[in-house]
Design a protein around this ligand. Sequence first.
Ligand SMILES: Cc1ncc(COP(=O)(O)O)c(C=O)c1O
Length: 392
Amino acid sequence: MTSIPHDTPGEPDPLRALGLERLRRRTSMKWRTYPEDVLPLWVAEMDVPLAEPVVRAVTDALALGDTGYPAGTAYAEALAAFAAARWNWHGITPERTAVVPDVMLGVVEMLRLVTGPGDPVIVNPPVYPPFFQFVTHMDRRVVEAPLGPGLRLDPGVLEDTFRETTARGGRAAYLLCSPHNPTGTVHTLDELTTVAALAERYGVRVVADEIHAPLVTPGVPFVPYLSVAGAERAFALMSASKGWNLAGLKAALALAGPEAAADLARLPEEVSHGPSHLGVIAHTAALRDATGWLDALLAGLRANRTLLAGLLADRLPGIRPHSAEATFLAWLDCRALGLGDDPARAFLDRGRVALSSGLPFGTGGAGHARLNLATSPEVLTEAVRRMAAALA
Ligand SMILES: Cc1ncc(COP(=O)(O)O)c(C=O)c1O
């Protein structure tokens, strides 16, 4: 794969680059699920052009006909360098990684390594709805340990759930979302150390979904779960998919802690058949060469979050956005609006703006909606205008 260093300081905000006319030509889920008169701010796709190094790496591969099967450790090496530079974490060794098709299928494969059919998988609702769907589909049992005060991890609830699910000596896993979708919460070192201690005490295997890690607000420390003392038996999933808008270019990395290496070695070879070679090339280029683009995106997202707070305070003071330190998602408490359990339905039907319904996020989702901030300030402003119109 050709290496084209490209890390231009002071890149323009990618959220301001594309107009609606251009975006509506996209054929992905965000743009094709609802009719043309609906403004889509729901599924986690971003309204950005791709980072130039990513485009160049993929077009170079296409020009070369380099469209075979993936090989090598370039993706893991790029992630290791990114983790060292970004989080001062030097714990990624390519030998303890595996390329998987995407984060959710990686989660499934890690859970398969350490649980059997019918075993419990603990999640912290409100949480990313596919956590419920994928776990159920693989014949495991979802057990809720809801977030606590401030929508943060609740050690008491976690301990009770770990104790109950392992009481009869069975196997249990904990699917941690870090940073958390939909709240954008970044778990602290203290919180994660407590999680690791509890997991060790009760023999619960932890699988940390860290797909949103590149999207932490600058200045806020992100703590990779595998860097925490006591997390040696855990797994993590990382990917450039959310940070650089590459969901359609399938690839992700599974990482094993030192004491989970033997488990990862049992990963069936056929799993490596899923990731796309072009996906691996794109993700590698993003992590290695497009950190300037990411910084510009993060600045734009921060500005959008401030804009959203102001717009809501002005026009929809009944909505309280949860204050977030990561992701491009805003979790909106709409319970004071009197729109019932599914406010997103009213915004769609009456305002022609699509947010994600809070209901599939599990306990704590009723009366809430999730808004995708990864768009231009103009679209965001129009979205809030439409939400307010839905109430008029
Ligand atoms: C927490 C979380 N995990 C996984 C995914 C999906 O990742 P992938 O497309 O790599 O399976 C998303 C997408 O939004 C997500 O928010």
